[in-house]
Every structure is written in structure tokens, then in C-alpha cells.
Ligand binder design. Sequence first.
Ligand SMILES: Nc1ncnc2c1ncn2[C@@H]1O[C@H](COP(=O)(O)OP(=O)(O)OP(=O)(O)O)[C@@H](O)[C@H]1O
Ligand SMILES: [Mg+2]
Length: 430
Amino acid sequence: MPTPPPPGQPLLRVRGVNHTFGTGDAKTQVLFDNTLEVMPGELVIMSGPSGSGKTTLLTLIGGLRGLQSGEIDIWDATAGTYRKLAGLDEDGLVSVRRLIGFIFQRHNLFDSLKATQNVRMAQQLFGGGDQDIRDLLKYLGLEQRTGYKPASLSGGQRQRVAVARALVNRPKLILADEPTAALDANSGLAVVTLLQHLARDRDPADLAKLVRQPGDHDDEGGRITAEQAAMLPALAREKGATSLIVTHDARIMNRADRIVHMERGKIVSNVVVAERLFVSEGIRKCAYFAAVLPEQQQAIADDLCIGLHPDLPVQPIHLTQPGNSVQVFEPGAVVVRQGEPVSDDSKFYLIRRGKVDVFRNTDGGQKKVAVLGRQDFFGDRALATDEPRVATVVAAERTELYTVGRDVFRRYEATSRPFITRIREVYGVR
Ligand SMILES: Nc1ncnc2c1ncn2[C@@H]1O[C@H](COP(=O)(O)OP(=O)(O)OP(=O)(O)O)[C@@H](O)[C@H]1O
Ligand SMILES: [Mg+2]
């Protein structure tokens, strides 16, 4: 039985990875201090200009190249442990490669073997047998081409054979370099949809939207057939597959769980789509942020994101990242206290996970006035008005909070006088 990584732990961990090609005068560093964590079942898109190091990073993760510096750990579901690529010799790298499905630009099919045989070649003992190979090829629209050798297949057909070969063992990590570059929209969508279903259960309503209806015109994003849709449950019986896909294909980007962008050898942004949505929706509920321009809202939200799905608990690694915005409060911990004056350390809080109780001191003693949970916020009033906190907020359970510093509030005050007038009205201050 394959074992998933321990709860909250990534399937792939990349830390401080550098890479240099050549020696002596010809020595050039092409990767600089790359760090990335990918959770099980994520569909990760990697983008970036040509030459930014995407393929190099992917080949290092796949153990196709020796790791010179930094760490790469891949969860081995069979062994139930992480495999560390650092310091592995060629034999070690070969065994790591068995954990991975590769879909690469040069797909390396065997010229002398027919499509079916090329896939069977890669199939390991525990694979699904010939029927599974036939089904995979059929799903990929190659039913009529199973007996052809690569020389008699089009570029896109060859690429689809390579996809079948990469997936035949249902690897838990799939590395793909421009897997849809040679494919039309419909085939590209079929590949990505299969990867999505291998990752985790999907909303049938979402799938239904992709299915071609009689009389439909092909749209830009492509369609799959009802027959293909019906094959998905069997082809993707086992979930938890993680895909790391290099692509410029906007149609695929729309389906990503995480978007990683590289520039000049470095990952410069790493966005979990669901987190970005969660945070921007959350801050927009607050009158203060609702009043700033949408692109500024997005910039604020992007600054808050830590690159982790909001359903998953933060790990120590996130809290020590430079510029980390998240704070964790244990049950009973006081987040803000009524009467506390505003200082440069004062913050606005958006609840990521957990629950807080809000208390107000009145003549009759302390009274609980609210319970706030996921995606609720607090602390904005004091920052917007410069008046002391009007309530005490206590963590009711282990609570994770995104925090926005006072300097961010100040920035928007400084840029717009009408804005601050309007905001003061919202908070009832003259
Ligand atoms: N074997 C090699 N020897 C020397 N330099 C290399 C080698 N492979 C890649 N490079 C260099 O490393 C840098 C990153 O290349 P890489 O192939 O990783 O880029 P990429 O982001 O995949 O680009 P593309 O989008 O064009 O595929 C480039 O400057 C490239 O010239
Ligand atoms: Mg490349």
C-alpha cells in the first residue's frame, strides 16, 4: 500500500538549490538558491522566460542530473520515507527516477517499438497490464495508432505516447516539460484533465463543463469527449499524484493549484491559487482594503500569501521565511488587548485557520461580543483611526493569522486624502 507523506508535509521539498554548468572560465551559474515545497496532489505550473532555468531545475528534481548544492527530497510512497537526492550516486539516482513519470520535450521513444510496446517497456510489474495501456492510449486519442512506430506518428501523437508511458505506473510525482507544446487544444486539455484527476477527486460539475456537447464549437480551451470523461474514474482510480509542469500554455495555467515563476535562475514567485483567492477575498471584506484599487488589493494579498493552501496548517518552515506574514496563536493567547494604543507594531489580522473570541470591557465587566473564524478579520479600526483597540481578541483554539503591518495602512493613507476621509467616515471618526 502506498503511504502518503505525514499530514501537512510536502511530497517534494527543494531547498537552496544552486547549479553551475561548465568549469574554469566557462563556468556559469544558472540556478540560484531555489526553494520550493509541493504538497501531495498539487498541479504545479512552472513558467518563466527562455533560459531562466526551468528545465535545469526539473532535471535536478528528477535525478537526471547530479545535485551540486542544496537539498531535494522526494517522498517515496512505497518505502514510506523521503528520498534525499543530495549525495546520491548514479545507482541511487536511477532508483529515484523510478518514482517519477517524465514527460519531456525530447520524448525518447524507442524507434523500433510500436506505440503499445513503447508504453509496455516502461510498465513495472505492479502496473495495470495490457488493458490499462490500451485504455490510456484510447483516452489520449491513439486508439487507431497503437500499432504504429514513432516514425509513423505525428509529433503530437508521439508526445501523447510519451504521456501514456509516463503515467503507466501511476507515479506519485510527474515532471513534465512543455507536455502540450505539440498538442492541439483538445488533446492538451485531455492530458491536463487526466493529471488533475490523478491528483485528487474533482467536482463532477467542473468536469461536465469540459465535455463537448453535440453542436458545440471548439473553444480555445479545448474540449474532451463524453467517452473520455467516462474513462477518467478508472484511469485515475488512485489519487495523490503531484504534477510539476513547465508550460507557457495559458489554458493549463488556468487549471493550476500552484504557479511558480522563474527569472534568471531563481524562483521569484510561488503562488497557491486557492490561497491568493482566499486572502484577496478576505481583505476585500474589510472596508479599509475595499476602498483601495483592485490592483493594490492584489499586491497586498500577494504580500500576505505564504505559498500554502489555506486548508493546510502552517509548518515551522513557513514561519521562518523572510517576509513571513503569518503568526500562530495558541488557545488562550491574547492577540490584541482593549485600550492598547496603536504603535508601529500594531497589525491588522485576517484569520487563516482557527477561531478567536472577541471581548469588550463594559461597566458590567467583560463581555464576549463575537466569535470570528476562517477568513474573518479584525484590528482594522485602530489602524485606520489611530485610536486605541476597542476590544480584546483571544485565540479560542490554535489560530493562524495573516498580519498586515501599520506601515501598509500608512502607505495608502499617504497616497490619498479623499480616501482617508472616506475611511474615517466608515469607522465613525471625524
Ligand atoms: N548542458 C548545459 N551546459 C551549459 N549550459 C546549459 C546547459 N543546459 C542549460 N544551460 C544554460 O542554463 C540556462 C538555463 O537553461 P534551461 O534549459 O534550464 O532554461 P529553460 O528555462 O528551460 O528555457 P526554455 O524555456 O528555453 O526551455 C540557460 O542559460 C542555458 O543556456
Ligand atoms: Mg526548458
